[in-house]
Design a protein around this ligand. Sequence first.
Ligand code: GAP
Length: 506
Amino acid sequence: MDFKQLISHCKEYGFIYQSSEIYDGLSAVYDYGPYGVELKNNIKEYWWKSMVNMHENIVGIDAAIFMHPKTWKASGHVDAFNDPLIDNKDSKKRYRADQLIEGYAEKIEIKIRKDVAKARKRFGDAFDENQFRTTNPRIVDRQNKIDAILKRLADAMRDENMGDLKAQIEEYDIACPESGSRNWTEVRQFNLMFSTQLGNIAGEEGKLYLRPETAQGIFVNFLNVQKSTRQKIPFGIAQIGKAFRNEIVARQFIFRMREFEQMEMQFFIRPGVEMKWYEYWKETRLNWHKALGTPESKLRYHDHDNLAHYANAAVDIEFEFPFGFRELEGIHSRTDFDLGSHSELSGKKMTYFDPELNESYVPYVVETSIGCDRMFLAQVSNALQEETVPDADGKESTRIVMKLHPSLAPVKVAVLPLLKNKEELTTAARDVYSTLKKHFNCQYDEKDAIGRRYRRQDAIGTPYCVTIDFDTLEDGTVTIRDRDTLQQKRVAIDALVGEIDVTLPL
Ligand code: GAP
């Protein structure tokens, strides 16, 4: 299923709508519909339970979105949370200079992929892609070109060399994707924080930011939480909440949004042991993804080439989205940068007295940070598929099915009377529904033929369908259908709850 189909499926089935669609939408802002909000809540529950409830030494908080403006000075966001912006003078469209250059490199990569596909067709089973990529002169030449482009880009980004970014755009003869024009402005830094104004204080003093990451709400509460919970280092503080970034180019549906949700955990440790914990969280977080059944081939680590101002090690867990491997989650060793700078700017000592060492220090931090919306997109794009299955008459038919892990599925069980106009069936079905809804998120559906109702549930990922038929009235049994195997078996109504396995993979 391609990306466009995925987006329209999400809309048609009530997962995700464009924000304010009746006014032609607000770019890069999305609303979650009735099934979307259930899936999103289940993702958050899986994260919260694994991180907070399963760890004695991790506690949760829910900090406010608004924070004292000095927070963002201390964190470095006022000075360094920038993207390089370029405008096209003819089309008046804005772009991220680095993305234009990356797009140029990607075009070369597409040419390589076309050549690889052609060669695979020609050589059949004997084709060795790795050998082809490393020995075919044209491919090697193109790959070297890509490497050189990306290296120069990384250097310019690290050195904040806006002049060289502009020079690259000119040298590669990059045109505005919208108009084809090459009439560019200079490249300049653009701060990604949204700001707003307090009503009772005029001017700069009253300027507030919408938080661009949830992490700072954790750092500024480090002393409060440590004192009130008497946690000993190593311990973590977790939080789920909204974050806001004024992304210059918002593309790829909910992958890059201006308002999104993060699930972050800061793990406070002794200075000097950060690499041990960094490795621990790298592995733990990858296992969290794999436990949902996400194929290993769709997940990979990507070490950061350029470290952020606060980090001494950083890695992304990338997922293969429909548009390629991209960042899903980050694990960052943030040293004592944040606590240190809050301490400096606020004048409050952000130290911890370690009773075992009998000394005080500013703790180091290893952070895990994942976007809830990106996790949503990863799960939906992995789960949504079109497949051929036998229908009720034994013929082949296609179905669209969302093979989500059952614990994440928005609806766990659909209760379906075989026929709508037989009161004894609908009454029995409503009784089953009333019992099951105390245990699971259920749906009662009596409209349309049973086959169509199954397909509707497949499309939203419901793992179980329970059908009430005439045998139910005789012997108190129902059929339960498995979404993935399509197997149906008869089960006594009393045993139904035990048959439905939607437990989280904790
Ligand atoms: N506290 C560290 C931090 O915020 P980040 O790599 O900038 O690090 C962490 O963001 C995660 O937040 C990313 O891995 C991604 O999943 C998500 N994220 C970041 N920007 C986003 C955006 N504009 N839209 C959706 N998700 C985003």
